[in-house]
Design a protein around this ligand. Structure first.
Ligand code: NAP
Length: 246
């Protein structure tokens, strides 16, 4: 077990990639704090994980709300007395061409994807600094590296996550806290189910491995980064994209 008795907060863990990361962490012996806006799906995922050996608490939280974020961190510390791992996974898309992109949709995507990551990172940094240990994993995207027509807000938010990750890695390294980003390519989840069939087929042509990714591909890398196996890895952006960007 790579994460035995490690305490992990995973945001946006009701479904998709976050859910799979939480499940894999549980299989590796972690104790979990799940948080999401989607309460119904969150309860389902939490009881699924609870039926395995690991301990699991769930909290409805909006990552853009500082009070919600503080409440998750406090509840996690009250329950488990420490926080070893934070996965900033909650994220959304609101796609539109630049000329049609509203300031509201710009703000919403930046707020959830980037501000949420900042708020949670800041909130766990104090207990992690006291512990003199911790690892932070931010879910970015290859879109944050390569850009994409119709996704200026999403690309900016995910590029911002990369800048934030590298800065946090430099700032907290002396306290033995690591921070890394995962940049997934095209992964099968509710987020990508929305993409029209025709566009999906076009994207497939750009993937050398010739297939879409599964949430498990991202979760396996998250396990590695969270574990002692990655003890000397910090400030990195690692792509899980079937070779789409190289
Ligand atoms: P998903 O299936 O839509 O899951 C995202 C989860 O985050 C949902 O349960 C959602 O709840 C929750 N969430 C949204 N806003 C939130 C908020 N303000 N506070 C707390 N939770 C919130 O998406 P996914 O595909 O698993 O994506 C997970 C992460 O991977 C995202 O950061 C995404 O940008 C990134 N990513 C995904 C892909 C891909 O191909 N799927 C590729 C690259 C990067 P609701 O259902 O209530 O909105």
């Amino acid at each position: 077990m790579l994460l035995k008795d490690k305490v992990a907060i995973v945001t946006g863990s009701a479904q998709g990639i976050g859910r799979e990361i939480a499940l894999r962490f549980a299989e590796e012996g972690a104790k979990l704090a799940l948080c999401d806006l989607n309460e119904e799906a969150l309860s389902k995922t939490a009881s699924e994980i609870g039926s395995k050996t690991s301990q699991c608490i769930k909290l409805r939280a909006d990552v853009t709300n500082p009070d919600d974020v503080e409440a998750v961190v406090k509840k996690t510390l009250d329950t488990y007395t420490k926080i070893d791992i934070l996965v900033n996974n909650a994220g959304i898309t609101k796609d539109n061409l630049l000329v049609r992109l509203s300031p509201e949709d710009w703000d919403l995507v930046l707020s959830i994807n980037l501000r949420g990551t900042f708020l949670f990172t800041k909130a766990v940094s104090r207990p992690m600094m006291k512990q003199r240990s911790g690892t932070i994993i931010n879910i970015s995207s290859i879109i944050g590296i390569m850009g994409n027509a119709g996704q200026a807000n999403y690309a900016a938010s995910k590029a911002g996550v990369i800048g934030l990750t590298k800065s946090v890695a430099k700032e907290l390294a002396s306290r033995n806290i690591r921070a890394n980003a995962i940049a997934p390519g095209f992964i099968k989840t509710a987020m990508t189910d929305k993409i029209p069939e025709e566009m999906r087929n076009e994207m497939l042509k750009l993937i050398p491995l010739g297939r879409l990714g599964e949430p498990k591909h991202v979760a396996d890398l998250a396990v590695f980064l969270a574990s002692e196996l990655a003890d000397y890895v910090t400030g990195q952006v690692i792509q899980v994209d079937g070779g789409m960007v190289m």
